[in-house]
Design a protein around this ligand. Structure first.
Ligand SMILES: Cc1ncc(COP(=O)(O)O)c(C=O)c1O
Length: 398
């Protein structure tokens, strides 16, 4: 019997992570597992690993997006935010939910991130921020982009949920923007079951984000001086229950922090394995059938991008049929299902879309996929997957 299968992710949480959690659960006499010292420790270690001053651990990457846009709104007001159409829904939902207007810029097929020239075309005097998604482990930054945004005083926000450890000019992504976001969902480079991180070098943003994570509550700011000032300002309020912002409870917990901290020890090593895997994959795919010309400098991919060169629905359907038969798990549309502009939730918000202006993202939408790439994946298996994928098409059908 052929029991070949290739999942999107395997054993991202190892038995060692599980043992560490069990030890922690047993040793913790008070059995208080809500956000506390382990969360603090994970945040500090994560900040050190990334190279930023502050990190705030939340319950998902989507929550990280949400708090980021709320913090920007509180400190700088609303306006337009340039976003990619190839991203996760929460990157756009957070923009809308906080009263900003999303402005879309098409992607660069070699990075799957927004094309800098498309971004420049969309900048107006209302542009408040550019919210980059470093898609699928690729770098979306360039010197020119950083310089133009700085000159125009436009805020750079980085979503690094899919690209932990990727870098630009030897500096980790997530250290360039005013705020950066990470996801620790199961299939990502590091997993805390569910989880996310908001990172920044800005103390004020750090303190506001800490409060937003916990109902907008003053005592969460971590700034004692500010706290006593506010307590004096609002003498008629119970000092422990002063709510400065209408916010949420998106805290994470001690158990997830213990898993995250344990995983952090092997994150860089795992990233190297994933990058090595990606190279084997790209070197063995048939270039006539699939795209293999990605910009690989500084990449850190948790998945294999699989994109057909040609716009041919018959070929696409055949590819999906064979991958299903061979039990190669896949997601069409890459991150977030492809072109967000085609999703129903945007129908009443963005009217009269000309899809011709979004050719690159539409190509991924209809002819792009990702399949699993994880550290324990062996070379032989990658070669087998490439062979299956290459053999689907006869040269004459291309
Ligand atoms: C680019 C991007 N942003 C945000 C998220 C949301 O993260 P989460 O699933 O942890 O909410 C994801 C999810 O994979 C993502 O790919």
């Amino acid at each position: 019997m052929n029991n070949f299968s290739h999942l999107l992710m395997e054993n991202n949480i190892t038995i060692k992570d599980v043992d560490t959690v069990i030890n922690f659960l047993r040793k913790n006499k008070l059995r208080i597992f809500t956000q506390s010292k382990k969360v603090d420790k994970f945040e500090k270690n994560w900040s050190k690993w990334l190279g930023v001053k502050y990190s705030v651990f939340v319950n998902s990457g989507s929550s990280a997006n949400l708090l980021t846009l709320q913090a920007v709104k509180i400190l700088y007001g609303t306006g337009e935010v340039i976003v990619p159409p190839l991203t996760w829904i929460s990157d756009i939902a957070s923009v809308i939910q906080n009263g900003f207007k999303p402005i879309f810029a098409d992607i660069n097929p070699r990075t799957l991130c927004m094309d800098e020239n498309e971004i420049f075309k969309k900048i107006s005097n209302k542009t408040k921020a550019v919210f980059i998604t470093h898609a699928q482990g690729f770098n979306g930054l360039s010197e020119k982009l950083i310089r133009v945004l700085k000159d125009k005083k436009i805020i750079l926000l980085e979503d690094v949920c899919e690209s932990h450890g990727a870098s630009f000019k030897n500096k980790k992504l997530g250290t360039f923007g005013l705020i950066s976001n990470f996801s620790f969902y199961y299939a990502h480079h590091l997993s805390t079951i569910e989880g996310g991180m908001v990172c920044t070098n800005n103390k004020k943003i750090y303190e506001i984000t800490r409060m937003l994570r916990s109902h907008g509550m003053l005592r969460e700011s971590g700034n004692k001086k500010f706290e006593s000032l506010m307590i004096k300002k609002y003498p008629y309020l119970s000092p422990k229950f002063i709510f400065l912002y209408p916010a949420y409870n998106v805290r994470n917990n001690e158990i997830s922090a213990v898993i995250g901290d344990n995983q952090l020890k092997r994150l860089s090593q795992n990233n190297l394995k994933r990058s090595k895997n990606l190279k084997i994959f790209l070197n063995n795919l048939n270039k006539k059938i699939y795209r293999t010309d990605y910009e690989l400098v500084g990449n850190s991919n948790y998945a294999f991008p699989l994109v057909l060169n040609k716009k041919n629905f018959k070929n696409r359907n055949l590819l999906e049929k064979i991958m299903t038969e061979k039990r190669i798990e896949f997601r069409r549309g890459n991150a977030g299902g492809g072109n967000q502009l085609r999703q129903p939730y945007l129908k009443n918000i963005i009217k009269n879309i000309n899809f011709k202006n979004f050719k690159e993202v539409d190509h991924i939408h209809f002819f792009g996929y990702y399949i699993g790439n994880y550290p324990s994946l062996k070379k032989e298996k990658i070669l087998k997957i490439c062979k299956i994928l290459n053999n689907i098409f006869y040269e004459k059908n291309l």
